[in-house]
Design a protein around this ligand. Structure first.
Ligand code: ADP
Ligand code: ZN
Length: 807
């Protein structure tokens, strides 16, 4: 039996720690379970990651003991642990925190153990096969259903001990599981009543007889149903229970997700020959049971989703499991609908839009093997399947796969690694693949599958570009004419503008004053609805003022337009049409986005104005016109990927038009009509765009021709942050001289693109290199050299591997 456990604590410390395993835990503690361990005078949750016979040589002799064991079964399977170790190493993030990221929230609080009776325990109690103490304790546990272990110890002081309880568990009479204090995420149970049969030993009342015969007919049902049928049945029921005619037990239920397929049903079509060919290749991959990575490059509406569904069917038939990642699941009810239609309840959903309890239940359904498919936003890549056979990343180019806080992982990249470790099939799908993925396909790392045509040969929409430098007003003549025609044809239109609010900022023309966020280096956006000025980064808000606070001038002006103003103008222009808006502000209530999409589907919206939320993979046949009010917002983002991002957005938004029988029309308004992102999007020419963009990446040695790591310092003191940035620069240069010079280039340190964010001043330094190993080693050396210097300065160092927004 092992004596020592290695623990990764769920705290920002890189080291792992060793603890002695108390005698009573030796046969139950396994790798992957949570333990409560003493740590710097506190008790914290950690994960058991290895069991050893002896403490490692370099560890002190006097080890502390594990305080508590929090799980009955491992939450983290060995294969997942390998995966987490890889992530920890790659993203330079503590293992305990990585594991925490992969688990549903609510499991990392200080935990406690909870008791319940097993079936054997219940029957032993009924049969009187227990000793007096057991009977007393079991009755109490049975009465509560689930009860904290501590409470039982308190309830029977000096009578029952923890080790006794554990010995009863070993006999199979008790469950001991972990529950969480504080927010209490626990499985949800319902009470179920069951007919047992047998003859009454006492006289039964009329009501009891009725209950009995009803139950006899039903067999078993929930207690709440019983209560619905019979008024306050508890007393009658108890008497029947005492006679052994009926019984109670508790059953775990899944918090209802109310995700039914609410949109139109999705019948299974015959595959087209293109789909057939591609599926054939994928099936070969699946059946090989080796790592088989594919990139499906298929224009919008070419039938990728159907291929996902078929591939999953095959994987399930092999007895393996499937994960499908989508950018923002709450925005893609159609996709969800299709999956629900095809796979019904064999599907768990994981995303941050769920309540904590719901998320926990969904996670448990996967963990317990009750479902074989997990669908969700980026965190679904951590779905605790033991034998995953396929991982699909839909819209693999989407920037929302990158988590921008804490563990800054990219779900697509991590999916590649998980598929590799699991010897699974990987399907990346997109109409506008990321440069990295297409490059990987060119290099033969991924197999490229192409779906060049829309289903039924539907043509891609015709796109016109309007140079707004020659136009007056918000909407060009072309855009207005096209919109008008579409309205007259009784078709639906989408208008895309990637900025919410009424106007971008407010300016005093007399003195030049603008309103800035005190916490972030951005101007405040004007929102008309609640007459406020808001910061879109930290949510700071103030009432919109009437006069300039600096010169008391009366001529404050809103500059630049947002979706709120666009909606207002459209309503003025076309008073007869039904106009709605879909952006962050109109979808803050749960399910409101779904309501909007339903109204679009049913035809009760003529024109939908929105931000990039309307770009997602919706498929509405009656939408025949898409207007891009300004293509330039994303073009000016301080990021080397801004051209790529613009091309993707334009192509995707244009792809929403003309999904039905009628040809689609698109008008793009821009200040940069000659930019290749705009021109290539107009031609639907992804490959052309790729070829142009890849040259720029080669010339500047940006990814995929190099790897980047961004080191960002953030602190409340401007002076200290700047000072530390200077030191970081010196350490960087020093390390270069010490042997990194050949493989690594350093840019900066410099002030970050947003110099101040949420009250913190920010500096950054970028390291660029071709060898990921070398770059990672450099990052580790730099981080450890900085560690001592940052103590007590109130400044944090964030390491972002493969950062998305840098300059
Ligand atoms: P993508 O995911 O590539 O955007 P979809 O899978 O949404 O494309 O397919 C576009 C449309 O074509 C959908 O309405 C879908 O129902 C339909 N479709 C897909 N495959 C077929 C097929 N083999 N036969 C007929 N219709 C299909
Ligand atoms: Zn702010």
């Amino acid at each position: 039996m092992k004596e020592i456990v290695e623990v990764a604590v769920g705290l920002p410390v890189f080291k792992t720690f060793h603890y002695r395993i108390p005698e009573k835990m030796k046969d139950s503690l396994r790798v992957g379970m949570r333990v409560l361990v003493p740590f710097k005078g506190r008790k914290v949750t950690g994960f058991s990651i290895d069991l050893l016979d002896h403490p490692p040589k370099d560890v002190e002799k006097k080890l502390l003991e594990v305080e508590d064991l929090l799980d009955e079964a491992p939450l983290v399977a060995p294969s997942m642990l390998r995966f987490y170790r890889w992530i920890s190493d790659y993203y330079l993030y503590p293992l305990g925190e990585v594991i925490k990221t992969g688990l549903p929230p609510g499991l990392h609080l200080k935990s406690e153990l909870v008791l319940s009776l097993t079936e054997k325990g219940i029957s032993s109690l009924k049969e009187g096969a227990l000793d007096a103490l057991q009977e007393k304790v079991f009755k109490e546990i049975g009465r509560c259903g689930r009860v904290p272990l501590k409470k039982i110890l308190k309830y029977f002081p000096g009578e029952v001990s923890k080790s006794q309880l554990f010995s009863w568990r070993r006999k199979g009479l008790l469950n001991i599981e972990s529950g969480v204090e504080g927010k209490e995420i626990k499985p949800k149970f319902e009470r179920v009543v069951q007919y047992q049969g047998g003859e009454p030993t006492r006289r039964v009342s009329k009501k009891q007889a009725e209950i009995l015969s009803w139950l006899k007919e039903k067999g078993e049902l929930s207690y709440s149903e019983l209560c619905k049928r019979f008024k306050s049945p508890s007393e009658s029921f108890r008497s029947l229970q005492d006679q052994g005619l009926v019984s109670f037990f508790r059953r775990e239920v899944c918090r209802d997700l109310s995700v039914r397929s609410e949109l139109k049903p999705y019948p299974k079509p015959e595959l087209t020959s293109d789909q057939e060919t591609i599926l054939g290749e994928i099936l070969t991959g699946i059946r090989s049971k080796n790592f088989s990575p594919f990139l499906i490059y298929g224009v919008t509406g070419s039938g990728k989703t159907e291929i996902y569904l078929r591939a999953i069917e095959d994987v399930l038939a092999q007895g393996r499991e499937a994960i499908i990642l989508v950018p923002e699941i709450s925005l893609t009810p159609q996709l969800l609908s299709r999956f629900k239609d095809r796979f019904e309840d064999n599907l768990a959903l994981l995303h941050s839009g769920l309540g904590q309890g719901e998320r926990y239940d969904q996670w448990r359904r996967i963990w317990k093997g009750e479902v074989k498919i997990a669908m969700g936003a980026r965190s679904a890549v951590f779905a605790p399947f033991k034998n995953v056979g396929i991982i699909i990343v839909d819209e693999e180019h989407d920037p929302s796969y990158k988590q921008e806080e804490k563990l800054k992982y990219h779900a697509r990249d991590v999916a590649v690694v998980r598929a590799k470790l699991a010897e699974a099939t990987l399907l990346l799908g997109s109409a506008t693949p990321s440069l990295e993925s297409f490059y990987n396909a060119e290099k033969g790392k991924f197999r490229l599958l192409n779906l060049p045509e829309r289903i039924e040969g539907k043509p891609l929409p015709r796109v016109e570009v309007v140079d707004v430098r020659k136009e007056e007003g918000l909407l060009s003549e072309k855009l207005r004419a096209a919109l008008k025609k579409n309205i007259e044809d009784k078709k639906q239109s989408l208008l895309f503008l990637n900025r919410r609010g009424f106007s971008n900022f407010i300016l005093c023309p007399d003195c030049g004053f603008t309103f800035k966020c005190p916490n972030c280096s951005v101007t405040l956006t004007h929102h008309l609805k609640d007459r406020s000025l808001q910061c879109h980064y930290c949510d700071y808000r103030i009432p919109a003022p009437g006069d300039c606070p600096k010169c008391q001038g009366h001529r404050l002006q809103g500059m630049g337009i947002g979706t709120e103003r666009l909606e207002q103008e459209i309503k003025l222009l076309y008073p007869e049409t039904k106009v709605e808006r879909m952006d962050h502000d109109t979808t803050s209530r749960r399910r409101s986005h779904l309501q909007i999409l339903k109204r679009l589907e049913s035809g009760s919206i003529d024109i939908l104005v929105g931000t990039q939320m309307i770009v997602k993979g919706h498929d509405f046949p009656n939408v025949t016109f898409v207007g891009v009010v300004s293509a330039d917002t994303s073009l000016h983002f301080p990021d080397f990927r801004s051209s790529e991002r613009t091309f993707q957005l334009l192509t995707q938004v244009a792809g929403r038009a003309g999904r039905g029988v009628a040809l689609g029309e698109v008008v793009i308004q821009t200040y940069n009509p000659d930019h290749y992102s705009v021109l290539r999007a107009k031609e639907h020419d992804y490959v052309g765009f790729y070829q142009e963009e890849i040259q720029f990446r080669t010339a500047l040695e940006y990814p995929p021709f190099s790897r980047l790591i961004n080191f960002r310092l953030a602190g409340t003191s401007e002076k200290k942050t700047k000072g530390l940035a200077g030191e970081m620069g010196k350490i960087g240069q020093y390390l270069l001289k010490k042997g990194y010079e050949k493989g690594i280039e350093i840019l900066g340190p410099s002030i970050a693109p947003f110099a101040k964010m949420r009250g913190k001043f920010r500096w950054q330094m970028l390291a660029k290199g071709k060898s990921p190993q070398l770059l990672h080693q450099f990052a580790k050396d730099l981080a450890s050299a900085m560690e001592g210097r940052m103590k007590g300065a109130g400044v944090t160092l964030d390491i972002d591997v493969d950062p998305v927004f840098v300059l």
